[in-house]
Design a protein around this ligand. Structure first.
Ligand SMILES: [Zn+2]
Length: 321
């Protein structure tokens, strides 16, 4: 089986549930049309969209409010440069503009992007008032905590500069411990989809009842979770209430091939819903040291798909159907 734009639903049957994509980036309002169009084909009825205030406003004026749960991207540079006042102003704005959640990113590349002297730690006490403010508003936090294991052994060998993944995850534990009522979606399966990390993820689920993960980053998720389909399947069934379907598709910025959106939805749906084996991922995965990356389907039970595709996100964001 192979992805083909002339038959973009090959191998799939219509899902018995609506789907919410709980992690997309919408950089301009017109670009949302593409997501909406492909969403209709793949059964995606709602999106958690990270969008700037003017984009949000235009989308609302265009009548798209019911389809999008809006997230406010907190200023990364202010984190990198340790300017908590700037971030707090942004949190206040997110609250006053009726955003449903805040989004932040703590990848080690932060130090390269902003040319700062030292990589900041999320648990640096200087950020405490930020998380306290978010918690006070009852705004959930969507957060990128760390990168794929493989990047730490390739791109980030300089652990003085980029710190270690263990350190990034431990710093995040500290924040969760300090803010027990903060509701969190830790993206990319908590940055822990590698099979050896699932025990740690289990510990996070057990210790923090407000901790959730999404399945964004199609290639990272399918590459790692697909290495051990049975273990992954059992794990997802066990934590089926805490996992949200998501892609991390990004529209309105940069060039993407024509099949960018459908290949992600096709690959993920095939992975969660079917028992296909060794279907080649329909786009390149430059992180795989032994390419190609294969889709090894998990064939999740229908009741789990209903939670994972739709109900968990609607519960998380307190939405009625
Ligand atoms: Zn993202």
């Amino acid at each position: 089986m192979k992805f083909n734009l002339s038959d973009p639903l090959a191998g799939l049957v219509p899902p018995n549930t609506k789907i919410c994509d709980s992690h997309v980036h919408i950089w301009n309002a017109d670009a949302f049309n593409e997501l909406e169009k492909w969403g209709q084909l793949y059964g995606v009825k709602r999106f958690m969209g990270i969008a700037q205030p003017e984009v949000k406003k235009t989308l609302e004026q265009n009548g798209k409010a019911a389809e999008i749960i809006f997230a406010y991207y907190l200023p990364m540079q202010a984190f990198a440069e340790k300017k908590p006042e700037t971030i707090i102003e942004a949190v206040d704005e997110a609250h006053s503009l009726n955003y449903s959640l805040t989004k932040t990113w703590f990848g080690p590349r932060q130090i390269d992007f902003f040319n700062t002297e030292k990589l900041v730690s999320i648990s640096d006490p200087i950020f405490e008032p930020v998380f306290t403010r978010i918690e006070e508003y009852g705004l959930p936090l969507d957060i990128h905590v760390a990168d794929p294991d493989i990047w730490y052994s390739t791109k980030y060998q300089d652990s003085e500069r980029y710190l270690t993944k263990t350190q990034a995850i431990n710093d995040f534990y500290t924040v969760l411990e300090r803010h027990p009522s903060l509701k969190v979606i830790s993206v990319h399966f908590g940055s822990l989809p590698e099979i050896n990390n699932l025990l740690q993820l289990e510990d996070l689920f057990q210790r923090f009842p407000n901790f959730y993960v999404d399945t964004a980053s199609t290639k990272w998720i399918i590459r790692e979770l697909g290495k051990h389909p049975q273990k992954t399947r059992d794990f997802i069934i066990r934590y089926q209430d805490r996992i949200l379907f998501a892609t991390d598709l990004s529209v309105g910025w940069g060039d993407h091939p024509e099949d960018y959106i459908p290949t992600r939805y096709w690959a993920q749906r095939l992975f969660w819903e079917t028992n296909v084996q060794k279907v080649e991922l329909p786009f390149s995965d430059e992180d795989n040291p032994n390419p190609p990356t294969f889709i090894n389907g998990l064939n999740l039970p229908q009741s789990v798909l209903e939670r994972f595709y739709w109900q968990n996100s609607q519960d998380f964001f307190n939405l009625s159907q």
